[in-house]
Design a protein around this ligand. Structure first.
Ligand SMILES: C[S@@+](CC[C@H](N)C(=O)[O-])C[C@H]1O[C@@H](n2cnc3c(N)ncnc32)[C@H](O)[C@@H]1O
Length: 227
């Protein structure tokens, strides 16, 4: 999926992947079950391919510093405007950094540009990564590059909460794409300690995907720790 594909989706409001609810796994593992509230201002969560996800705001409201990357300028502006947030914009050679430092919650920064163009030090200070609809947004031939890139940006000990979808690819063309547990192992095992936390049947919840032809759908959640 090239960037033009996604810009077209945003420009034509074809954003069925966007969810108005907070991701329940994020709220569970980074809410009451997560790091102590008083420790959260020392943590910074990276959200790759973030769209205008409400999870960014939830993280900031719950004490985490947030850094997102998103190629669509329209998506980034919609995030701030729909959530009635003031922001500063620092332009840099066709890309830009959007910064929201509202007194009411922790800092939100979104890099508007290509994830694959992130500089080597882009994740300095990042402690955690939340990957929902990012790995699974990419076709198989891009997933290795995505994992190689995100791995190259990480320090040892960095944690990732990864959400994947598993379904019969014959039933639906992506995105999202099916990513099996075996593929997760192939992509990450060399450089990460992997724990599978949850596998849930979500076919009755994901009505949009059911309407696209899926008859079975499992959502899985992994905790990855960079070795
Ligand atoms: C399936 S959406 C998921 C958005 C978000 N994670 C969520 O949960 O709503 C994938 C997003 O990644 C963005 N994207 C795709 N390729 C990208 C790239 N190479 N660099 C930055 N953003 C990209 C798209 O514009 C889109 O908003």
């Amino acid at each position: 999926m090239k960037i033009d594909f996604w810009l077209d989706r945003w420009n034509n409001d074809k954003i069925g992947f966007h969810q108005d609810r907070i991701n329940p796994y994020l709220a569970y593992f980074y809410g009451d079950k997560g790091p102590a509230v008083e420790q959260r201002d020392k943590l910074k969560v990276f959200v790759p391919l973030c769209g205008k996800s409400k999870d960014l705001l939830w993280l900031a409201q719950n004490g985490y510093n947030v850094f997102g990357v998103e190629c669509s300028d329209r998506a980034v502006k919609k995030f701030f405007e729909e959530n009635v947030l003031n922001y500063r914009h620092v332009e840099k050679e066709g890309t830009g950094l959007y910064i929201c430092d509202d007194d009411r919650f922790s800092k939100i920064e979104i890099f508007q540009g290509d994830f694959f163009a992130l500089e080597d030090n882009a994740l300095d200070g990042v402690t955690d990564i939340f990957d929902r609809a990012s790995l699974v947004a990419l076709p198989v031939d891009m997933r290795t590059d995505y994992v190689n890139k995100i791995t190259s940006l990480q320090q040892s000990g960095m944690r990732t909460l990864l959400v994947t979808l598993n379904f019969d690819p014959a039933e639906m063309d992506g995105p999202p794409f099916s990513v099996t547990d075996e593929e997760v192992m192939n992509l990450y095992a060399e450089n990460y300690k992997i724990d599978k936390l949850i596998a849930k049947d979500v076919i009755e919840i994901e009505t949009g995907l059911k309407n696209r032809g899926l008859t079975a759908l499992t959502e899985s959640v992994f905790k990855l720790v960079k070795k």
